[in-house]
Design a protein around this ligand. Structure first.
Ligand SMILES: Cc1cc2nc3c(=O)[nH]c(=O)nc-3n(C[C@H](O)[C@H](O)[C@H](O)COP(=O)(O)OP(=O)(O)OC[C@H]3O[C@@H](n4cnc5c(N)ncnc54)[C@H](O)[C@@H]3O)c2cc1C
Length: 402
């Protein structure tokens, strides 16, 4: 396996250093992989009873693709790439408005890019690390105390772990953050929108094959990708004043209330969700904004630390890049873990700040505030097809990725 070749196996022989990672998402598994490679003995604690699968589509390009490459994941990820597909902007009733061929997107994004289900990224990481790390499913963290020399972690099964480094990679609603840094309300900045996304077991009805359709109207977006069985998916984003009420309603009823009037593939996607509600990601959209991501030997990573949100389209990239850079900083600072964590944060913070700002700006692309904004967005999409503008788009994507 590329991610752990025989040279790395030897290199990975235990150095006796112990790290505990809370959360087996992209950030946690990437950190476990990177640390194990440097000889750390790693325990990963995951609340879910087993590995999560599929999820929603994530794009990795620019630094996200480069981080996947550095982590040795490309050989495992490339066969799972969904690839580029034709995008069709549609009216509310599903009729075609505007078509953007796959080649246009490919020319703008470039060939160092992958489109993957989140579960496939997690599987590639899990396969690379499972043999070398102690992964405990169905377990969570109950208490954390630290001295200058170590961290003691009490788990939900009453196990006590003594560890030199604790990585909180337990997502936007992080328990590690709550235990060590304080309540979520101190750090969560609500962006006033809901997002729902889920895979489709069967190809959605009333849609052409091999395309993704997107409806963008005032305050909402609905996208349905018909890329065949096991590769199709749906994505919904909408403005919302009371996220708690939406969450209490649940994904299928809330999304049906917000999008049930739309034609095309939306109705079938919602029907599939209703039949299998457990497959959906459904949450309010909010950023985590913190002055510091570490305290002593405890560090937050990924959405737990900085959740840039779906509107940035960059959280998985930052999780991979952040984990890789964490390994580099720890290798450079020997036993001085707090210094390594400070140095790590200094290298990453400018990128996180930039992506959080881009996400806040990007909200209006997903939920335009008015009809005029919808028309302006459509004009831009039409312009992308003009060869001169295409070059501009490519350069602006490259600038955002530098
Ligand atoms: C719809 C959507 C589309 C997206 N598209 C893109 C994209 O195109 N490109 C991109 O780069 N990013 C994208 N993102 C963002 C990206 O998916 C996330 O930023 C990334 O997956 C975060 O990974 P994470 O490991 O930090 O957190 P999570 O994925 O939330 O993982 C946290 C893990 O911790 C576990 N956990 C939680 N609490 C506990 C606990 N108390 N104890 C133990 N375990 C716990 C969870 O079960 C989970 O396994 C998208 C996000 C969404 C919602």
């Amino acid at each position: 396996m590329e991610a752990f070749d025989s040279a790395e196996r030897r290199q990975a022989e235990s150095s006796g250093r112990r790290a505990t990672v809370i959360g087996a998402g992209i950030a946690g598994l990437a950190a476990a992989l990177r640390l194990r490679r440097q000889g750390w003995d790693v325990v990963v604690v995951e609340r879910a009873p087993s590995r999560r699968s599929s999820g929603y589509l994530v794009n990795l390009h620019g630094p996200g693709y480069a981080a996947a490459e550095r982590l040795g994941l490309l050989r495992a990820l490339t066969p799972r790439d969904i690839g580029f597909f034709t995008s069709v902007l549609v009216h509310a009733d599903g009729r075609e408005k505007l078509r953007i061929p796959a080649a246009v997107t490919e020319a703008a994004v470039g060939n160092r890019a992958l489109s993957l289900f989140r579960g496939d990224v997690e599987s590639a990481l899990y396969d690379a690390v499972a043999e070398f790390a102690d992964i405990r499913f169905g377990t969570t963290v109950r208490a954390i105390t630290q001295t200058p020399g170590e961290v003691e972690v009490t788990l939900s099964d009453d196990t006590h772990l003594r560890t030199e480094l604790l990585v909180g990679a337990d997502g936007v609603h992080s328990r590690v953050r709550e235990l060590v840094f304080g309540a979520e309300s101190e750090y969560f900045v609500d962006l006033g929108h809901m997002v729902g996304a889920f895979p489709l077991e069967t190809s959605p009805a009333h849609m052409p094959d091999g395309v993704g359709t997107t409806y963008i109207g005032p305050g909402r977006t609905a996208a349905v990708m018909n890329l065949g069985p096991g590769r199709s998916s749906a994505f919904f984003a909408y403005r919302c004043l009371d996220p708690d009420a939406e969450l209490a309603l649940g994904a299928a009823p809330a999304l049906t209330r917000a999008f049930g009037d739309l034609g095309g593939g939306v109705a079938d996607a919602l029907r599939q969700l209703d039949a299998e509600p457990g497959t959906a990601y459904f949450d309010s959209v909010g950023q985590i904004v913190m002055d510091r991501w570490s305290q002593g030997r405890v560090v937050l990573l990924g959405d737990a630390a900085w959740c840039v949100t779906v509107f940035a389209g960059y959280g998985a990239a930052l999780a991979l890049d952040g984990a890789d850079r964490l390994g580099t900083a720890l290798a450079a600072h020997g036993d001085d873990i707090p210094a390594a964590l400070d140095a790590w944060e200094a290298t990453l913070r400018p990128e996180v700040t930039k992506r959080q700002a881009l996400a806040r700006k990007g909200i209006s692309r997903f939920a335009p505030p008015s009809r005029a904004h919808v028309w302006a967005g459509e004009l831009m999409l039409r312009a992308i097809q003009l060869p001169g503008i295409r070059g501009l788009v490519r350069r602006s994507i490259q600038r955002a990725n530098n």
